[in-house]
Design a protein around this ligand. Structure first.
Ligand SMILES: [Zn+2]
Ligand SMILES: [Zn+2]
Length: 552
C-alpha cells in the first residue's frame, strides 16, 4: 500500500499522484506541465500500460491533459470521474490535441525558415489518442460510493472549483489494513458565480491538498463584479467602442455570461439590448455542457433562475460565433458590442483578431478577467505595453486596459485552512501539492505549528508507505540541496512584481495620489529592513553570521 508523488510537487501544474494497493496500480490525475517548471518530474514508476485505472478530479488541463498521452503509451483502463468532468473532458482533451498539433506544425515551419529548433516537431499526442482517452471516461455521481475492485472504493465530493470538480476519497482495504486518503483536487473559492461552494470531507487518514494560494489572500473588500462590469460596459458603449474580454473558454466565460444576464435583467446598462458575442468554439461547446449540468452543479441562486424558467447563460442579444466567417463578421460593423473570446491570456485563438481590430481604438476597452502569466501577450498588455505585435504587425495600444477583480476559482489561504479544518478527526498527515515552494511551505508550516497536524511538501519521486505511515524514500532535488536556488525562485518573483510595480507607478505619473506617497514610505522601510547589511546571511558552511550595520 504505497503512494508515490509524481507531479505538481513544489509547483502548480502537472498534477499526478500514483498509488499501489490491492494488487492494482492507479493514478489520481495526469495533468500537463505548463510554463517553466522549477523542478523536474521523476515520471511514473511503471510503464503506462501497467496502470490499471485513473481517478480524475477535474477537467483542467493541468490535471487531465496527459491522459491522451497515457493512452498513446498503451494505457487502456477506465478513467473514473464525475458526470460533468467527463462531459467537459470530451471537448477539452480534443482541444488539447488540436493545440499540440498546431504547436508541432508551427515549430516545423519555423525550423524550415532557419530557426534554431531541434525538437517538438511531433505532437505529444494525436486527436485519435484524445478520442481513445475520451472513450475510457466513466461518469460517476457526486456523493455515491463507487466500487472499483476488491479492496478499493472511491467517492467524489463537489469541491466548488469548476463545473464537475471533485475531491476524491479513496478507501483501501488490504490484508486487514484499512486506510482512507483524500485527494483534494483544486479547492474552490466560496461564493463563485454559478457553481456551488466547496463541500467538505469529514475523515481521512491521509490528505493530499492543493496549495496554490497557500501564502496569499484574495482581496476581501467590497467587490461587486456585476456592478463593475456594468459600469465598464456602459462607459465603453457610451463612447462608441467595443468591450473585448479575453477569457478562458471553460468556466470564466460562463461566469461572465451569467453576470451579463443579470446586468440585462436588472437594466444596469441603459441600452439593455446591447449585442454580446461569444467567439470561441470551445466556449460555445462548454456553455452547452454547463446548461446540461444545471441540476447537479449549480448553486441555489442560479438554480432559482432555472426554476423561474430562465436559462442563466442566455439572454437577448447573445450571439454565438462558430465558423471563421461568423467570427470575421463581428468586426465588420461599427455597432458597439461586447466580445468574449479565448484564449484568456491572448496567446492563441480568435481573441488575437479582436485585439488587432480594437486595441488601437481609444474608444474601446480590453477587459481582463483572469490571471495573466509572465511572458504572455495578456501580461504585456496589462503591464502597460504601448505597442504589441499581432500577426507580424505592430499594433498601438490605445484602448482602455482594465481588469475585473474578485474572480478566482481557487480558495485563498483562509479557504484552504478552512477546508482542512472541516475534517472532524485530524488526519494522520497532510501532503501539500499544487503550489510553488513558498505557497506550499508556508501552508505546511501553518498546518504543522497551528493545527498540530504533521504536514510535508514532498518532491517528485518521494514514496510514502500508507500502511506503516512512513516515508520509504524521500527525494530531494540537487538544486534544493544548495539553498541559493530557493532564493533565486523567490527573487524571480520579486523582480517580476517590481517590474509590474514600475508600470503602475508610471501610469500614475501625472495624477495626484496620496496612497503612492504612503506606499513610498512603506517601501523605504522595507528596503531598510531587507538591506543585506542589516540582516543575517547564510554562509556556504551553513553557519549564520550577522553583518555589521553600515554606518551612514
Ligand atoms: Zn483547476
Ligand atoms: Zn490545477
Amino acid at each position: 500500500m504505497k503512494l508515490q508523488f509524481v507531479g505538481a510537487n513544489h509547483q502548480v501544474t502537472g498534477s499526478a499522484h500514483y498509488v499501489e494497493a490491492c494488487g492494482k496500480r492507479f493514478l489520481v490525475d495526469y495533468g500537463m506541465e505548463q510554463g517553466n517548471m522549477s523542478y523536474e518530474s521523476q515520471g511514473l514508476p511503471c510503464a503506462e500500460s501497467e496502470i490499471d485505472f485513473v481517478l480524475l478530479t477535474h477537467a483542467h488541463v493541468d490535471h487531465s491533459g496527459m491522459l491522451p498521452y497515457l493512452c498513446a503509451k498503451g494505457f487502456s483502463g477506465p478513467i473514473y470521474t464525475t458526470d460533468a468532468t467527463a462531459d467537459l473532458c470530451s471537448i477539452m482533451l480534443r482541444d488539447c490535441a488540436h493545440i499540440q498539433l498546431q504547436e508541432a506544425e508551427w515549430k516545423a515551419r519555423k525550423k524550415k525558415r532557419g530557426a534554431d529548433i531541434t525538437e517538438g516537431f511531433e505532437p505529444l499526442y494525436t486527436m485519435a489518442d484524445a478520442d481513445n482517452a475520451i472513450r475510457l471516461l466513466v461518469s460517476c455521481h457526486y456523493d455515491v460510493m463507487v466500487d472499483i475492485c476488491e479492496g478499493i472504493r472511491v467517492r467524489f465530493t463537489d469541491v466548488g472549483h469548476l463545473l464537475g470538480s471533485a475531491s476524491i476519497e479513496v478507501f483501501l482495504s488490504e490484508n486487514g489494513v484499512y486506510k482512507t486518503i483524500c485527494f483534494s483536487g483544486d479547492i474552490g473559492n466560496k461564493d463563485q458565480p454559478l457553481i456551488k461552494d466547496p463541500a467538505y470531507t469529514k475523515r481521512a487518514d491521509y490528505v493530499l491538498m492543493e496549495s496554490t494560494y497557500g501564502d496569499r489572500y484574495h482581496e476581501k473588500s467590497e467587490i461587486n463584479p456585476i456592478e463593475d462590469l456594468a459600469k465598464i460596459i456602459q462607459e465603453t458603449l457610451d463612447g462608441g467602442g467595443n468591450v473585448v474580454i479575453p477569457s478562458f473558454a471553460v468556466g470564466r466565460t460562463q461566469e461572465i455570461l451569467y453576470f451579463i444576464k443579470q446586468i440585462k435583467e436588472r437594466e444596469l446598462v441603459k441600452y439593455h439590448d446591447f449585442p454580446v458575442y461569444v467567439d470561441s468554439p470551445l466556449a460555445v461547446d462548454a456553455t452547452e455542457i454547463f446548461q446540461k449540468n444545471f441540476y447537479t452543479c449549480f448553486d441555489e441562486e442560479a438554480l432559482e433562475m432555472v426554476r423561474r424558467g430562465e436559462n442563466p447563460l442566455t439572454f437577448p442579444g447573445l450571439n454565438l460565433a462558430i465558423t471563421a466567417e461568423e467570427s470575421k463578421a463581428i468586426n465588420s460593423d461599427e455597432e458597439p458590442k461586447v466580445i468574449i473570446s479565448a484564449s484568456g491570456m491572448c496567446e492563441a485563438g480568435r481573441v488575437r483578431h479582436h485585439l488587432k481590430h480594437n486595441l488601437w481604438r481609444p474608444e474601446c476597452t480590453i477587459l481582463f478577467v483572469g490571471y495573466q502569466a509572465m511572458g504572455t501577450l495578456g501580461r504585456a498588455i496589462v503591464e502597460g505595453a504601448d505597442e504589441v505585435k499581432l500577426f507580424g504587425e505592430p499594433i498601438s495600444v490605445r484602448a482602455a486596459i482594465m481588469s475585473l477583480p474578485g474572480l478566482s476559482g481557487h480558495a485563498d489561504r483562509d479557504g484552504l485552512i478552512e477546508w482542512l479544518d472541516k475534517f472532524e478527526e485530524k488526519p494522520k498527515c497532510v501532503f501539500m501539492v499544487h503550489g510553488d515552494d513558498m505557497s506550499a511551505e508556508s501552508l505546511a508550516e501553518y498546518v504543522n505549528k497551528e493545527m498540530k497536524i504533521p504536514a510535508y511538501v514532498p518532491y517528485s519521486g518521494t514514496v510514502f508507505n500508507l500502511a506503516t505511515g512512513e516515508f520509504e524514500y524521500e527525494a530531494i532535488p540537487e538544486k534544493r540541496k544548495k539553498k541559493i536556488f530557493i532564493v533565486s525562485d523567490a527573487f524571480a518573483r520579486l523582480v517580476a512584481a517590481g517590474q509590474r510595480l514600475m508600470a503602475v507607478i508610471n501610469k500614475n505619473k501625472d495624477h495626484a495620489n496620496k496612497d503612492l506617497a504612503k506606499f513610498t514610505n512603506q517601501i523605504n522601510s522595507l528596503c531598510d529592513k531587507w538591506d543585506p547589511d542589516n540582516f543575517y546571511i547564510e554562509e556556504p558552511s551553513g553557519k549564520k553570521s550577522k553583518k555589521s550595520k553600515k554606518k551612514s
